[in-house]
Design a protein around this ligand. Sequence first.
Ligand SMILES: Nc1nc2c(ncn2[C@@H]2O[C@H](COP(=O)(O)OP(=O)(O)OP(=O)(O)O)[C@@H](O)[C@H]2O)c(=O)[nH]1
Ligand SMILES: [Mg+2]
Length: 252
Amino acid sequence: MKTIFIAGTAGSGKSLLTSKLNEYYARNGAFTAVLNLDPGVENLPYTCDVDVRDYVDIVPIMNNYDLGPNGALIMANDLIASKIDEIQNEVNRVNPDYLIVDTPGQIELFAYRSSGRFLVENITTDEKTCIFLFDGALITTPVNFVSIALLATSIKLRLNLPTINVITKTDLIGTKLNDILQWSTNIRMLEDAIAKEADGETYSLTTNILRGLNMGGFAQGLIPVSNVTGEGLVNLEGALSRILNLGEEVED
Ligand SMILES: Nc1nc2c(ncn2[C@@H]2O[C@H](COP(=O)(O)OP(=O)(O)OP(=O)(O)O)[C@@H](O)[C@H]2O)c(=O)[nH]1
Ligand SMILES: [Mg+2]
């Protein structure tokens, strides 16, 4: 069983990509299952095979412990980690070829609290990878692009998983996509774009961060995807295969 974690900032398209990727694999004859790790979500665009909301309920947690929504989500996440054996058993009963894991909207819950890392390490034992979503609607300026890349790098450090970088919502950003793809492959061009947008402290901080990120393989192989049109899913599947199956792709 190979596991694919879908992470990214709030609203970046994690749940919709989970649904599209699940459909894509199914169309190509692969056996997949979806695990929802978001205890706070109300509506999902797919049917969960395993759902943490069966183990924790946010509303009584808020009422019983007098917590606001974020405090309750933190407590819910810790409770989920304590149910790992039951969740693992449920996943093992389904035993898919690919387990696609949709992660919470609040990225810090998943990436920065120890319960998130614990789940990543213990949910299954075989190959695992993470898809990090750069929200196409957020990274239309070079400074925003660098700050999301900083977040992506920090999450890669936290989760310690091979990571595929994806830019979502390409159907909404038109020709800006070309600029973003050039920024992701040509650091000089990105620095020039930063210089046009920012000066003073913002310029020097952004370019210094960028140089640091570049040493670790900055926004490597950014794959453009639209979760609405499905464009780019074939490239994403290829990248997943290279990590999870040593290059063997599902039938087309
Ligand atoms: N046009 C367009 N809209 C998208 C795309 N991906 C997601 N959306 C929309 O963006 C909104 C958020 O998508 P979700 O899939 O819920 O994002 P998420 O990252 O799961 O959100 P949270 O779990 O709340 O953090 C929804 O209205 C989606 O329909 C895309 O590629 N193109
Ligand atoms: Mg979601």
